[in-house]
Ligand binder design. Structure first.
Ligand SMILES: [Zn+2]
Length: 463
């Protein structure tokens, strides 16, 4: 049993009014709301730090699992009730703790916002105290943890917003939020840039919506809407018992972004090459440009970025390609329920190469492999496929047929060149020849099942 999470980002239209944007006053209100919430948060952070002992208080409870009275640390909900009692004035309870009168400072703040900042403050205070404890234990002299800040993206719990995506058309989509204008709290409508994709994603079956966050950036505002989905996934150990287990291995590379092989009953039943479609070469051209600019402008200035647009383009294409390739892998996983995805444990690859642009490009190529691994893991899990990372040692050097050590080569014209980065693989023992990445991908299965070269070594007894 596990849980998958994802976030959908919804931009608010804060452009010009005649282009369906919100007006300036509304934008100012958003900032005002964030500001007052920050102030309220710092109030509660200070309050909890002044009552440290309460955060680690033990409460007794009856454990169903152990069928006995046990002790645990006080929970966030109990702390919240306690903090509200100590700081908030109500009709029945008119005397908050001296010096901590929240109602006087933040009159009329909606309850949902107050609870949201209290929860944030509990998390911040607890994290700070834990860091302090670690610091004292470590015995270091430098690096005392700093006091927690109050900044946070406000969480909008139920009752502080409502989202209307599809009224008549997506152009009229808006979110209704409770905001602060400097004097009072009021409901306001903010247009959002929604599309059919947003609506489909937010209403997809099986996904439970959680409380969105308001993320304010210097020139834009976004709603980040998290969703969670329960996934029934057996553990790897249980799956390994299954005789009909399907393993899907992906060898991640540069020109072949991934070579996917599917194995069942000891046989490869499906192979798919995911090519980079010229991405590596394309990126290399950009890197040449970057290195030329750097050469022209001399030493880089600290804190100053150059080639911002170019880097953004490269980063986005990288992410895009990684997502697409991960989708292909996940689609294969979805065809084999209960399967295991085998990926290699990516090592720190050195970005060697001739010339700066080459090295930069290698570094980015390594980055895309990391992205691809993360996305593939996540997307495969949505189909209840769990991922195992295996030791990649020797996967590209040993023969996947007879486990002998082989060599890599490629053809230059008709001439056969043996070198480490060759595209093809040759086994001198059994004469097997194949694409080197395919051979490596098949070897991942061997590594997972601990066959051939990857058998567990017998530990030599120390005498
Ligand atoms: Zn062989």
């Amino acid at each position: 049993m596990g849980e998958a999470k994802r976030t959908t980002k919804l931009s608010m239209a804060l452009g010009r009014r005649d282009q369906c944007g919100a007006n300036k006053g509304k934008r100012a209100n958003l900032d005002c709301t964030a500001k007052i919430l920050n102030e309220a948060r710092s109030f509660y952070v200070a309050f909890f730090l002044a009552h440290k002992e309460k955060l680690s208080e033990k409460v007794a409870y009856f454990s169903q699992k152990h069928q006995a009275e046990r002790e645990r640390t006080i929970g966030a909900d109990e702390l919240l009730t306690w903090a509200e009692y100590a700081t908030v004035r109500t009709k029945a309870h008119t005397t908050p703790e001296a010096g901590w009168d929240f109602s006087a400072q933040f009159a009329a703040m909606p309850i949902v916002y107050r609870r949201s900042v209290i929860k944030d403050a509990i998390g911040k205070a607890r994290a700070y105290l834990a860091n302090c404890g670690n610091f004292v234990q470590s015995g270091k002299k430098k690096g005392l943890p700093g006091l927690p800040g109050a900044e946070n993206h406000p969480t909008l719990y139920k009752g502080s917003l409502s989202l209307r995506l599809h009224e008549q058309s997506y152009r009229e989509a808006f979110v209704r939020m409770k905001v602060y204008d400097g004097k009072k709290w009021l409901w306001q409508n903010y247009p959002v840039q929604a599309s059919r994709w947003h609506e489909m994603r937010l209403n997809e079956q099986g996904w439970k919506q959680e409380s969105p966050k308001l993320v304010l950036k210097p020139k834009s505002a976004e709603l980040h809407i998290p969703q969670a989905k329960k996934i029934e996934a057996k553990k790897v150990i249980e799956r390994k018992q299954d005789k009909d287990l399907v393993t899907i291995a992906a060898d991640l590379n540069i020109k072949n972004l991934a070579v996917v092989t599917v194995r069942q009953h000891g046989k490869i039943i499906k192979t798919q090459f995911i090519k980079d479609r010229g991405l590596d070469r394309h990126r290399y051209r950009h890197m040449k440009r970057v290195s030329k600019h750097q050469w022209q402008s001399g030493k880089p200035v600290r804190g100053e970025h150059s080639n911002i647009l170019l880097w953004r383009h490269v980063r986005r294409t990288n992410e895009d390609f990684a997502r697409q390739a991960a989708k292909v892998i996940a689609d294969i996983c979805s065809q084999y329920p209960g399967s295991i995805l085998v990926l290699e444990n990516l090592r720190n690859m050195r970005a060697n190469g001739e010339g700066k642009s080459h090295r930069l490009n290698r570094r980015l190529a390594n980055q895309i492999r990391g992205l691809l691994r993360d996305y593939a893991k996540y997307k495969a899990f949505l189909h209840a496929t769990v991922t195992v990372e295996v030791n990649p040692h020797g996967t590209s050097q040993y023969c996947s047929h007879c486990a002998a050590k082989g060599e890599r080569f490629s053809y230059k014209g008709t001439k056969r060149m043996v070198w480490k980065g060759g595209k093809l693989f040759h086994c001198p023992k059994c004469g097997y020849e194949a694409n080197a990445d395919f051979n490596a991908s098949v070897n991942h299965h061997h590594s997972f099942y601990k066959e051939c070269h990857w058998q567990p070594r017998q530990k030599t007894k120390a005498t």
